[in-house]
Design a protein around this ligand. Structure first.
Ligand code: AMP
Ligand code: MG
Length: 323
């Protein structure tokens, strides 16, 4: 504990598990983005998460589990849900399923369903195992801002509001999990993510509804809010560099390294690799948000596989200025 006090708020998994068991909250690594974690069965701890993030209570949280036994202790699994779990867990897929009693209304925003995911990051799995509790964890950023993909991102924005941070390196995926509502007919893609709708459809042998209504009074996912994931500087999207006014002298993010990069040029990936682009996306938006004077431009990704998730986040990041 002495070491921990010196390095606060960074700590190892044993200290983090102690905090979780005593109702604390802290930043944790997952393969998607960093989460702000607490015991999902402890109402007062869950309240602290909403307050640290400034997140409205209408936005339900994802519950993270380390094995199927824990998964089935929080939700009812249909045969289809079991099939998807078998194929994609541990990994970046979240399923909305009927909830069990140990998960309170505070976690689910009063819904009788709960969002469940088994993450693949070994440190997160170990933390869940050590604490023996299902862990609710929204992204560890102030509500509406760009998600964190390093422990340092979490410290910068929430370091003084939380009990601990576990540093598990840079997140492998870089965008939030794919969310599928399993309780509707047809099943709905609520948020595109690292696992594509097509991959899910091929396991289920049925089509997903990929166009859930965006403006429902009660958003089914914060990822569905029109404005989310937003930097503070003005962000404008483009497909073709010709769309950028020639007078613009600010920063430009390209999807892949341009042939003759200028000093105001940045890129999401060297060769236009979509996974690499997703991994770099939020860190680059954060970096440019710090230095940009007049806003910046960002090129859209080819709209397939994880590119759909990248474009979804970019569109929401840009929307803020369209209102
Ligand atoms: P985040 O924690 O920021 O990655 O977002 C978690 C996502 O899961 C949010 O978009 C939630 O609205 C969504 N979610 C969680 N629980 C439910 C639920 N019971 N029904 C629908 N969406 C949910
Ligand atoms: Mg979030």
């Amino acid at each position: 504990m002495k070491d921990f006090k010196q390095q606060r708020p960074f700590c190892d998994i044993n200290v983090a598990a102690d905090f979780i068991l005593s109702g604390g909250i802290g930043g944790v690594p997952t393969e998607t983005v960093y989460g702000l974690a607490c015991d999902a069965t402890n109402e007062s701890a869950v309240r602290k998460i909403f307050s640290a993030k400034g997140r409205p209570f209408i936005d339900p949280l994802i519950v993270h589990v380390c094995d199927m036994e824990m998964a089935e202790s929080v939700a009812h699994f249909s045969d289809d849900a079991k099939k998807l779990a078998e194929k994609f867990w541990a990994g970046p897929l979240t399923m909305i399923l009927p909830k069990k009693d140990c998960i309170g209304d505070i976690v689910t925003a009063g819904f009788d369903t709960v969002a469940v995911r088994m993450p693949s990051h070994p440190m997160m799995l170990e933390l869940i195992r050590k604490s023996g509790k299902p862990i609710s964890a929204p992204s560890a950023n102030p509500f509406g801002y760009v998600s964190p993909t390093t422990a340092e991102h979490v410290r910068e924005q929430l370091g003084d509001k939380i009990d601990f941070i576990v540093d598990g390196g840079e997140c492998k995926c870089g965008v939030e999990s794919t969310i599928v509502m399993m309780t509707s007919t047809p099943k709905k893609l609520l948020r595109p993510g690292p696992i594509s709708a097509q991959e899910i459809e091929s396991v289920l042998g049925e089509e997903l509804d990929k166009t859930p209504k965006k403006n429902e009074a009660h958003p089914q996912a914060p990822g569905m809010l029109k404005s989310h994931y937003s930097p503070k500087s003005r962000l404008t999207l483009f497909e073709n560099p010709e769309e950028i006014p020639s007078s613009f002298s600010g920063e430009i993010i390209f999807f892949k390294r341009p042939e003759n990069p200028q000093s105001n040029h940045y890129w999401l990936s060297e060769n236009g690799n979509p996974q690499e682009s997703a991994r770099n996306l939020f860190a680059l938006l954060r970096k440019l948000d710090k230095i940009s004077q007049n806003g910046f431009y960002c090129q859209k990704a080819p709209n397939t596989d994880i590119g759909v998730a990248i474009n979804d986040r970019l569109a929401r990041a840009e929307t803020k200025f369209d209102k």
